[in-house]
Design a protein around this ligand. Structure first.
Ligand code: C5P
Length: 396
């Protein structure tokens, strides 16, 4: 049972929050709520309160009521704050840290994790100002669920902007509440993102890795109580809360950072490391009449293989394999070649890069587990569950 402070802002999707309140209560959660003034035009405080049987605050209530319950007290006592639906306006006000109504004041006062479920017209969601505000909030550690693609309330409008389905919001809530100590006392090193291999001082070779999978694994390990060192190449996504980041550029930097991070109980190598580096020029290469320069490529160190065979080998080493065909066969061969314990084999024929979902198989020395298509967060969560089980079996 958790106390989830629900902040409802004013959008047509506010009526869907009533269903959410009902479902959260069914699961035993308490959902006190704060409605913005605009929200009260779409749902009434009475209907929210009747469904939740919990306090409902709005700016329309008077000071006596505020003294009695207190939005700051509600904010401080929450295990999680959910903003659903979140309009472009409340997202903007949150991003600049305003406290000009009860809802934003509570959001500023809370120490609890904040989960935002946006719902707005697709043009508003796509606007650079909204994108900027969302990026700012993400960098502040605020998490988002949705929006989804679909029909809008306005006739004939479709696109990205619809409130996430209740199931998706409930899943996200459960995931954020499920902090535990399954990996307490363990040190987990995760690599993530691409590497950048310099050609000259201004150019580089890279690949399409977004870092989302590696970062999600680091986040899941931190939620399970581990001390997490995330060694990441250049990415544009935020560092998960509670994780120590070592930002690197090249594969050689990444190997050095991973080696420096040892000893560890677990290493998960999710980075898309470039296979080669270039003999980089000291000065910017110039266009010449004699045609393009020839790049001399050299092999990069294999971080996974190096760590798997090092004296400081963590007890469990997990690698990734991105394959477009014969996924399992290739992953098995990779397991042997790299000397790691497990491989998460990723079918990239369906376009995984930068996407939210992942299709994976967990390959161990003697078994293959086919996982259903999951979000990258859920892959992280599942992997952490398997890692925690494996370590506790070993110490038994
Ligand atoms: O050989 P391949 O790149 O397919 O192997 C993928 C796995 O090996 C991933 O876990 C990746 O992080 C790791 N790797 C590495 N260092 C390299 C190349 C790959 O750690 N130079």
């Amino acid at each position: 049972m958790a106390r989830i402070l629900l902040v409802i802002s004013g959008g047509i999707a506010a009526y869907k929050t009533l269903e959410l309140v009902r479902r959260l209560r069914e699961r035993g959660h308490e959902t006190p709520a704060i409605l913005t003034e605009a929200a009260t035009r779409f749902v009434t405080p009475l209907s929210v309160g009747a469904l939740s049987n919990q306090p409902v605050l709005t700016d329309l209530f008077d000071l006596d009521r505020e003294r009695e319950i207190g939005h700051i007290r509600l904010a401080r006592a929450a295990d999680l704050v959910l903003v659903a639906p979140a309009t472009a306006d409340i997202i903007a006000r949150m991003a600049v840290g305003r406290a000009d109504d009860l809802a934003t004041a509570a959001l500023l006062a809370t120490g609890a994790p904040i989960l935002v479920a946006p719902a707005m017209n697709p043009h508003m969601w796509a606007h650079p100002a909204t994108a900027r505000n969302v990026a700012q909030l993400r960098a502040d550690g605020v998490r988002f669920v949705g929006p989804e693609r679909g029909e809008m309330a306005e006739r004939g409008e479709a696109g990205l902007g619809r409130l996430a389905a209740p199931e998706a919001i409930l899943d996200a809530i459960e995931m954020h509440l499920s902090r535990d100590d399954r990996l307490a006392g363990r040190h987990v090193v995760v690599t993530s993102g691409p590497t950048h291999e310099a050609i000259d001082p201004v150019r580089y070779i890279a690949n399409r890795s977004s870092g989302r999978q590696g970062h999600a694994i680091a986040a899941a390990a931190a939620r399970a109580g581990a001390r997490v060192t995330l060694v990441s190449g250049p990415v544009t996504i935020p560092t998960p809360p509670g994780v120590t980041l070592h930002a690197v550029e090249s594969a050689r930097d990444m190997l050095a950072a991973v080696e420096a991070a040892m000893p560890a109980d677990i290493a998960v190598m999710a980075a898309a490391v470039a296979d080669w580096h270039v003999e980089a020029a000291a000065q910017k290469l110039k266009k010449t009449a004699s045609g393009p320069p020839a790049l001399t490529l050299s092999e990069n160190p294999d971080i996974l293989a190096t760590i798997s065979r090092s004296a400081a080998r963590p007890r469990l080493v997990v690698g990734f394999a991105a394959e477009t065909e014969n996924v399992i066969e290739h992953a098995r061969a990779k397991l042997a070649r790299k000397g790691c314990d497990w491989i998460l084999a990723n079918d990239v024929s369906t376009g995984v890069f930068g996407e939210a979902d992942n299709s994976v198989h967990l390959i161990t020395a003697d078994a293959v587990e086919d996982w259903p298509r999951l979000s990258k967060e859920e892959v992280g969560h599942r992997l952490v569950t398997r890692l925690a089980e494996a370590l506790s079996d070993e110490t038994r």
